[in-house]
Design a binder for this molecule. Structure first.
Ligand SMILES: [Zn+2]
Ligand SMILES: [Zn+2]
Length: 87
């Protein structure tokens, strides 16, 4: 499947950015973050769109630009808990 030219950026839910396909990187997307052991996310679970391929944009990204799905399910659950109605 890998045509040798494939490369991409991804991140784990702790915000560690990583990449594959670059000269010093693994050839293929790998499942776990090397820094914390959390699952790496390379593309949207829902629609398959890639994460932002620009590290400046990827750093704060938490939701898919194409379908609005949270990249990290646990993160979205946490967010909902913190939304307390003003009344
Ligand atoms: Zn990590
Ligand atoms: Zn999506």
């Amino acid at each position: 499947m890998a045509n040798g030219d494939e490369r991409g950026l991804g991140k784990c839910r702790n915000g560690h950015l990583s990449s594959y396909g670059y000269p010093t990187r693994p050839d293929d997307p790998f499942p776990f973050c090397s820094q914390c052991g959390c699952a790496m996310v390379w593309r949207c679970d829902q629609c398959g769109a890639e994460l932002p391929q620009d590290s400046e944009e990827l750093k704060p990204a938490a939701f898919c630009r194409h379908c609005g799905t949270a990249y990290f399910a646990e993160q979205s659950a946490e967010r909902e808990e913190r939304v307390v109605p003003g009344m």
